[in-house]
Design a protein around this ligand. Structure first.
Ligand code: A2P
Length: 291
């Protein structure tokens, strides 16, 4: 039997029976209108139907504008945003969500995540559950939650998060949390899937050997490794050719040995903050989440 791989972006089922495109464009640190709008438009033209932003990124408004100026229908695009760490409490969370909607210029959001497990998240979740039940948010989830944070959330939650968006790349693979999320039916979504430009994953010799063997780029090898681990990936780029390249990861496959070679690169090294660092979480609540 010949296995024919096609280049379509899979839509993964969530635990509420909705679906999410496995690949999206991330726009973290894209801090001006031109770069944000160009990136979103290039991504949509390349076939992406999933954009990941956050109130904290300060670019929701330009994401919304780019979508409106494109020829892709709003309802065909899965847009995620996130609640910043100082927006805690039931009413505050609802108000922050409305600000996100207003900035995007939308009347509903596809997914809203609690950005970090900063104190007060259970009350924020209660507000998000009500917005979900009212149909204003199609899916609710969390980001940067460790197992202990999810367990705490589930003590009072009536709706389970659909995803946990966590730092994941070849040097920080999150295998324990991945296994736990699997038992809970919560999809693992990888942020900084390429290492965020803050480590050497893209120049790693093992990755580059595989890239040469498959005649693809190092970024494509890393993204392919993620999707074969059943993760959602949201690589960020502000370059058109990279955005196109990062989309083309569904027409080739890595075999078990190749997957194992990348798994062996795990070094337990983060590029971002540690969600177990309570002092950082508290500190982050003083950062401006309403840019
Ligand atoms: P740029 O935006 O200048 O293209 P992550 O998604 O892991 O956070 O990684 C984003 C970083 O990786 C950014 O520095 C981005 O740079 C870079 N990048 C994204 N796609 C590619 C690619 N295909 N090849 C090389 N670098 C890439």
């Amino acid at each position: 039997m010949v296995l024919i791989l096609h280049n379509e972006i899979p839509a993964l089922p969530l635990n509420n029976n909705n679906r999410i495109p496995q690949l999206g464009l991330g726009v973290f640190q894209v801090d001006n209108a031109k770069d944000t709008k160009d990136a979103v438009k290039w991504a949509l033209a390349a076939g992406y139907r999933h954009i990941d932003t956050a109130a904290y990124y300060g670019n929701e408004q330009w994401v919304g504008e780019a979508i409106r100026e494109s020829d892709v229908k709003r309802e065909d695009i899965f847009v995620t945003s996130k609640l910043w760490n100082n927006e805690r409490g039931y009413d505050e969370t609802k108000a922050a969500f409305q600000r996100t909607l207003d900035k995007l210029g939308f009347d509903y959001l596809d997914m809203f995540l609690i950005h970090w497990p900063a104190p007060g998240f259970t009350e924020s979740w209660r507000a998000m559950e009500d917005l979900y039940k009212a149909g204003k948010i199609k899916n609710i989830g969390v980001s940067n939650f460790n197992r202990s944070h999810i367990e705490k959330l589930m003590e009072t939650a009536t709706v389970k998060p659909v995803v946990d968006q966590i730092e994941t790349h070849p040097y920080f693979q999150q295998n324990d949390l991945h296994a736990y999320l699997e038992t809970q039916g919560i999809l693992h979504e990888a942020w900084s899937p390429l290492g965020g430009g803050r480590n050497n994953a893209l120049t790693d010799p093992v990755i580059n050997e595989l890239a040469a063997a498959h005649d693809v780029s190092a970024a494509q090898i890393i993204l392919r490794w993620h999707v074969q681990r059943e993760e959602i990936v949201i690589p960020k780029s502000t370059h058109e050719e990279r955005i196109q390249q990062n989309r083309d990861i569904f027409a080739f496959g890595l075999d078990e040995d190749e997957m194992r070679a990348i798994s062996a690169l795990d070094a337990g090294k983060r590029v971002g903050p540690d969600p177990a660092d309570d002092a950082w979480l508290k500190q982050s609540q003083t950062y401006d989440g309403r840019k």
